[in-house]
Ligand binder design. Structure first.
Ligand code: FEO
Length: 399
């Protein structure tokens, strides 16, 4: 009964939305949901590219069967075996015991490890091709985007790149699948949030993958999450390119922790200094309210970062410390950084932040503000100055 959406006349979207899960990987909030994209090519041979999360397996199989109309499924190509795309393989094998599972050596070893499947598989290598009849598929290894087995499948005939998670985005597909048939506004920030949280550590492998993509002629990019890119391919490529080079836009994220509002007032004042000095994009996050996934999104998006923390248990604010660790793990480069802190009887936050700043290799503002108890006039002015100084450094580095 399902009318699946065609990408081109013989390639169909058979993916599903997940509007039920509250967090991706049980970690990252899914306020706008997520789609698990799967694609079916109907040629002399039939091929499915990736499956979906096990929670949506029943609907997925029904959509697939509707499109196959009693034809057999010849191939399942696994671009990425993370369970949000491979969870339905067990179901699929029950409906299509004859299907040949196509993957590289790492994929096939993980297929055995996750699901105990090792029969009826086809191992492919870099740039090998698989003919479906009219459609000629070619495989490109892109390890660590963001797992070791990740690869791209390029349909040379239809000029479609099946890219796995690369160029993907959070956000369900609300009726339409291809960018030309929808308003894509809601996806751009979700694409950055997806990248920052899931791929953020792997800038260099993503850059290598981008080089392979640049040699291909593309009509469509079919990722495993979010819209199919067609008219907006240049923007999707540009976002991934910029993020994987850790290039930030002209803007500043101000993140602070505050128990009673004193450090918060410092953050407000720093933001005012930024705005006075002409920074038009200022994103202020109270770390006790903003989920870290959104803070990381903005840290990847903007070139400037200012962090403020009170001293707590002679350390940083308990939510600021793990944020610094998240930044370190992702190896974020090329940022303009400022920091400030407060304490009630013995200061430790500013010292800790200074050690962090030194490790990052970023450009660090000379103005550092440390306040004991409530904010006084000299430090109020110093907070304004910190904002102005970061604004000045930012303008110098982005222009
Ligand atoms: Fe969408 Fe890396 O799985």
């Amino acid at each position: 009964m399902f009318k699946n959406i065609p990408i081109v006349p013989d390639v169909f979207y058979v993916g599903v939305n997940d509007r039920q899960k509250s967090s991706f990987e049980n970690i990252i909030p899914l306020d706008k949901g997520v789609s698990y994209n799967s694609y079916l090519i109907l040629d002399e041979k039939t091929a499915l590219i990736d499956t979906v999360d096990v929670s949506q397996a029943t609907l997925f199989i029904e959509k697939l069967q509707s499109q196959l109309q009693n034809r057999k499924l010849d191939y399942l190509i696994i671009n990425h075996i993370e369970p949000d795309h491979s969870g339905a393989i067990g179901f699929l094998r029950k409906y299509h015991p004859e299907v040949t599972i196509v993957g590289n050596s790492k994929t096939l070893s993980m297929l055995e490890g996750f699901y105990g499947l090792e029969d009826n598989v086809l191992e492919i290598k870099e740039e090998e091709t698989l003919s479906l009849g009219k459609h000629q598929l070619q495989f490109y290894m892109v390890p660590m985007v963001h797992w070791p087995e990740t690869m791209f499948t390029y349909d040379k005939t239809a000029k479609i790149l099946f890219s796995g998670d690369a160029f993907g985005s959070f956000g369900t597909l609300d009726g339409a699948v291809i960018d030309k048939d929808m308003n894509t506004d809601k996806y751009w920030d979700e694409m950055i949030r997806y990248y920052a949280n899931v791929m953020g550590k792997y800038g260099s492998p993503v850059q290598k993958a981008m080089q392979k993509v640049s040699a291909l002629s593309l009509n469509y990019i079919c990722s495993t999450h979010g819209p199919v890119w067609h008219e907006r391919i240049p923007e999707a490529l540009k976002i991934s390119d910029r993020l994987s080079k850790y290039e930030g836009e002209e803007g500043v994220v101000v993140v602070y922790g505050s128990m009673y509002g004193n450090t918060e007032l410092m953050a407000e004042t720093v933001a005012q200094g930024l705005a006075e000095a002409g920074v038009r994009e200022v994103a202020v996050h109270n770390i006790s309210k903003s989920d870290p996934s959104y803070i990381l999104r903005d840290i990847f998006k903007y070139k400037g970062l200012i962090i403020g923390s009170p001293t707590y248990n002679n350390e940083l604010h308990p939510e600021i410390e793990p944020l610094l660790r998240k930044i370190e793990i992702r190896g974020i480069k090329n940022r303009v950084f400022g920091y400030f802190g407060s304490f009630s009887w013995a200061g430790a936050a500013v010292k800790r932040m200074s050690a962090f700043a030194e490790k990052t290799g970023w450009s660090v503002a000379a103005t550092v503000v440390e306040q004991k108890l409530g904010l006084k006039e000299d430090n109020y002015n110093a907070c304004l100055q910190l904002g102005r100084e970061v604004a000045g450094m930012l303008k110098k580095e982005v222009n």
